[in-house]
Design a protein around this ligand. Structure first.
Ligand SMILES: CC(C)(COP(=O)(O)OP(=O)(O)OC[C@H]1O[C@@H](n2cnc3c(N)ncnc32)[C@H](O)[C@@H]1OP(=O)(O)O)[C@@H](O)C(=O)NCCC(=O)NCCS
Length: 216
């Protein structure tokens, strides 16, 4: 029977294994277990983030992570994660320099460059929303779904739906009524799973969709 567990530091090796199985070709998976554990540890770094997984017979077969977005965050999840796991990322790339031409690395080079500069400048970035909206209201609080992944041998068995339902329950328990995520165009499995669970496309971008779900 699958069991939902709120992940702690000691679960990170299991979650890293699950991530590798769910996202086998991603840059993060190619960067090795140590980097993955550090990257996932970002979700445990403060209580504006959540991290939980589904376990069966002691194995993590799916996991999900999110963060509260209320306009006060200095960076988005990608930069936050990069800043947090910066040293591990540098080590991982130094040991595997061929990853410098991995397509995700090439696609994200602007973001990577910005984060290298930020790391070495030592400046703390102010939230974009706060800067722009000094005297205005902050946006509606939302729970952002940053990652969801099911081990490949468990796809199509309803594990993604268990994770999405728990994400929703947790969001509601934190008194947040809106959830959001981004999904790449072409990721039909994920799109179908989100739609089956009541999420709707709220904005179309050239490469991805923004999806939202309101909890009534
Ligand atoms: C996206 C992802 C998390 C979906 O996980 P999943 O467990 O396959 O998703 P679901 O729970 O929605 O699975 C539903 C399928 O299981 C079947 N199913 C079997 N038992 C079920 C149950 N008890 N409850 C719900 N669905 C069940 C459904 O009929 C459905 O089959 P279908 O797709 O043929 O219609 C998974 O495909 C994944 O990890 N992908 C790689 C990582 C990724 O792309 N993540 C998203 C990035 S945005």
């Amino acid at each position: 029977m699958p069991e939902i567990i709120y992940s702690t530091k000691s679960d990170l090796p299991k979650l890293a294994e699950c991530h590798k199985s769910a996202f086998p070709d991603s840059l993060s998976s190619k960067m090795g277990k140590k980097y993955l554990e550090e990257m996932i540890a970002w979700y445990l770094s403060d209580n504006s983030k959540i991290l939980f997984h589904v376990e069966e017979n002691g194995r993590c077969i799916g996991y999900c992570g999110g963060m509260i977005l209320d306009g006060t965050q200095p960076t988005g999840s990608a930069s936050g994660m990069m800043q947090y796991s910066f040293n591990s990322a540098v080590k991982a790339i130094m040991l595997r320099p061929w990853l410098l031409v991995h397509k995700e690395f090439l696609n994200k080079y602007k973001l990577i460059y910005k984060n290298i500069k930020r790391k070495f400048s030592g400046k703390k970035k102010q939230s974009g929303a706060l800067k722009k909206k000094k005297n205005k209201e902050l946006p509606e609080k939302e729970m952002g779904l940053v990652v969801i992944g099911v081990s490949s041998d468990f796809h199509g068995k309803g594990i993604g739906s268990i994770l999405l339902q728990e994400f929703e329950n947790k969001t509601l328990s934190m008194d947040i009524k809106k959830m959001g995520l981004a999904v790449r165009r072409g990721n039909e499995k994920a799109l179908k799973s989100y739609q089956r669970n009541g999420w709707e496309i709220s904005k179309e971008h050239p490469d991805y969709y923004e999806m939202t779900k309101r909890i009534l």
